[in-house]
Design a protein around this ligand. Structure first.
Ligand SMILES: [Cu+2]
Length: 458
């Protein structure tokens, strides 16, 4: 991976102070209630044991989707139902628990992956008693959706000796965002080869690489061209797009062009529209860009491929800023357009554009700039994205321009959706930008995951 310091970011000390103060204010009030307990050592050392509460309810696990960082995992299984249940996972199981009974189930040391659990009593599994444990590199012990209640919320110091020590750990992570050298970012524009007939030809290689999501946290990512997100493909309406996909994965694959209008045989869904692309094979997709799009291309061959990194933006044409907003002082053409791909599972974990804070990309703007943000959710749950400061206007949903834009400051992007939002940055400073499921943005030793900031200069 190449190092990157082309913006003089290390000189942003003054903003760092503002950043730290800002983040303190934001998260100091956020209640820690992630339903789980990570035995984090003071100073933010990695967790040794993750203890997660799971309730056995009426044909349901609560929560049904749980998350943990790699390492030793224990499930505190409690039967709150009026009939017996058990919990099976990874060759381990609780005994048959009667109403009111509980058992601590030790799963041992787990590596990154998705592990199914279920109740083995006759008929219970098919009635819905199934769930998933997602072990992700930057995971936090608890429900995957960050909601719910459980053990671990009793210690406001989260294992630190004092509030000063806890603050120091939080400030350290915030400062790292400012001071630490950033590694390679994915999602850069992919330059096509322009053929004599005008066709834009793009080359993609599906391959597994080591990808740094946070300094020191390197995961096995499934990628296009070795980066997460995959390179950004852009064309204009009317262009012919040709994509050569070289499959260097150990399994078959395919690309679905989500949100792009194209002929059925280019839709990338084996076996309906094509055969699976075998390991070592190359397959060529070709279609005319018929309509504007804010699309996402991704593997349609397994959840693992997609969640572990095989996703990237494909845009056709530009979303237009409505005249009604231009009249209010927004620029007719954005000063900058930002693609922000959201993920929350697989090896990539809780990330913005394949990076977890403090490794996330900082953004820069000048006072008065109009920025256009395309959000793409490639994860398993909605993420309410919140940029501090100016409100935003949703001008397009899923690449379809709205007749009436609408305003807000928090936008709940569901899996598969793409929202286009306009902001005018009218006040200088460091403006935090994060998912507002707070457990996707903060953990006991400070901010992590789905957090970045935009730095606005006079
Ligand atoms: Cu979130």
């Amino acid at each position: 991976m190449t190092s990157r310091d082309d913006r003089g970011f290390l000189g942003w000390a003054a903003f760092g102070v503002a950043l730290a103060a800002l983040f303190l204010g934001v998260f100091a009030v956020a209640a820690r209630d992630d339903g789980g307990e990570t035995a984090a050592a003071p100073g933010g050392a990695a967790a040794d044991v993750s203890v997660i509460d799971v309730e056995l309810g009426s044909m349901v696990f609560r929560p049904s989707h749980i998350m943990a960082p790699p390492g030793r995992v224990q499930l505190n299984v409690v039967n709150v139902d009026t009939q017996a249940h058990d919990l099976h996972i990874l060759g381990a199981a609780t005994r048959e628990l009667q109403p009111g009974e509980s058992e601590m189930l030790d799963l041992g040391v787990l590596d990154v992956g998705v592990y199914e659990f279920w109740c083995e009593l006759p008929g219970h599994r098919s009635a819905g008693m199934v769930g998933e444990l997602h072990v992700v590199a930057n995971g936090v012990a608890g429900p995957l959706n960050g909601a719910g209640h459980g053990a671990g919320g009793d210690d406001p110091l989260h294992g630190f000796a004092s509030w000063e020590e806890k603050d120091a750990a939080h400030m350290d992570r915030a400062w790292r965002f400012v001071e630490e050298e950033k590694s390679e970012f994915g999602g850069q524009l992919l330059e096509p080869t322009v053929l004599p007939d005008g066709t834009l030809e793009f080359d993609l290689v599906a391959e597994i690489v080591d990808w740094e999501i946070e300094p020191g946290i390197i995961v096995e990512a499934w990628t296009y061209n070795g980066v997460v997100p995959a390179p950004h493909i852009h064309a204009e309406v009317g262009d012919t797009i040709r994509v050569n996909l070289d499959n260097q994965l150990p399994v078959s694959t395919s690309i679905h062009w989500h949100g792009v209008i194209l002929p059925n045989d280019q839709d990338g869904v084996p076996p309906y529209t094509q055969d699976p692309i075998a390991p070592g094979e190359t397959f060529t997709y070709e279609f005319v860009a018929e309509e504007k799009a804010v699309g996402i291309y991704h593997s349609h061959s397994s959840a693992e491929q997609l969640l572990n990194g095989m996703f990237g933006a494909i845009t056709i044409g530009e979303m237009e800023i409505p005249e009604s907003l231009v009249e209010q002082g927004y620029a007719a053409e954005p000063d900058q357009t930002i693609n922000m791909v959201l993920n929350d599972a697989g090896t990539i974990g809780l990330t913005l554009n394949g990076k977890s804070f403090p490794a996330t990309e900082p953004y820069f703007a000048n006072v008065g700039d109009t920025i256009m943000v395309h959000y793409y959710n490639e994860g398993l749950m909605p993420h309410p994205m919140h940029l501090h400061g100016p409100p935003g206007w949703v001008i397009a949903r899923d690449g379809i321009e709205l007749e009436s834009p609408w305003a807000g400051d928090t936008f709940n992007i569901a899996p598969g959706e793409r929202w286009t939002v306009i902001h005018r940055m009218d006040k200088p400073g460091v403006w935090a930008w994060h998912c507002h499921i707070i457990t996707h943005a903060e953990r006991p030793d400070g901010m992590f995951g789905m957090v970045t900031a935009i730095i606005v200069e006079e």
